[in-house]
Design a protein around this ligand. Structure first.
Ligand SMILES: [Zn+2]
Ligand SMILES: [Zn+2]
Length: 104
């Protein structure tokens, strides 16, 4: 029998703003997330697992955990916002919380 349904990983870019790659130093690392979709006939249908965001460099193709500066908790200065889900701070320009993936 043919196996037509399965779970496939799908890579999504969470943030279009490039970050500096800690490996090669170029601004070509993007916050990326790998979600897992239940797919049928290779068409993703239902998202079954939301991945943790990580940095993926397009230059050297290294991926690394988002080691966002171990923030010494500076006061909110208008460039940051607080995630409604995990209460952590992140840059206002992010469309998604880099900590938990919550849509901003
Ligand atoms: Zn790199
Ligand atoms: Zn969050």
């Amino acid at each position: 029998m043919f196996l037509i349904a399965g779970v496939q990983p799908k890579t999504r870019r969470v943030d279009e703003n490039p970050q500096r790659c800690p490996v090669c130093g170029l601004m070509q690392a993007y916050t990326t997330r790998v979600d897992h979709y239940l797919s049928l006939f290779f068409i993703p249908l239902i998202r079954v697992k939301r991945g943790e965001p990580f940095l993926l460099c397009e230059h050297c193709e290294r991926s690394m955990q988002t080691a966002f500066e171990p923030a010494p908790s500076p006061p909110l200065d208008g460039t940051e916002r607080v995630c409604v889900a995990c209460r952590k701070r992140f840059d206002r320009s992010f469309k998604y919380c880099p900590h938990c993936g919550q849509r901003a």
